[in-house]
Ligand binder design. Sequence first.
Ligand code: 5GP
Length: 187
Amino acid sequence: MQKIIIITAPSGAGKTSITRHLLAKFPQLQFSISATTRLPRAAEKDGVDYYFITEDAFKQHIQNHDFLEWEMVYEGKYYGTLTSEMNRMWQQQNIPVLDIDVKGALHVQQEFPQHCLSIFIKAPSIEALQQRLENRGTETPESLQTRLNKASYEMSFASSFDAIIINDDLQRAQQEAADLVAAFINK
Ligand code: 5GP
């Protein structure tokens, strides 16, 4: 069976650290590289973190039905999972790991209900989330506020996923995620 692992969370809940931990621990997992129209951050590389593409190119992919799912995650910024990425990983007998927003995660889950392990990572509180985003130092005051507003809304979908992990202690959260993935891989 073709399997998919979805890690979703409001931005800043720490899902990237958990995703990295899983990828390092399980060699059969592979990161699904999304396409996005947002600009790369300092340490990010094209074709590694994302495929950084123009809005025109993104819209062309939409027209060509190249996306398994896509969302305008933030005002004017598009993100999407390419079907070709999924197929490539399945052909290599790997399990794609999707680090995507809550709406996108709900779509993928609906499309492949029997194939998914979906994990929702919850920050202990909105204040903790704000602290994390501020420490990360990648946001302007406006984009920080946008992310926090979106996060409160997204928290309300937590129960739609297979498992909820509260990220108040990163090591414990990583272990919980690893236990879920180990059980899913062996299913
Ligand atoms: P960031 O700009 O911080 O890298 O990502 C912003 C949000 O977009 C995160 O919640 C991330 O998980 C989500 N995201 C990344 N790739 C995709 C994608 O392909 N589809 C969807 N729906 N969301 C994505």
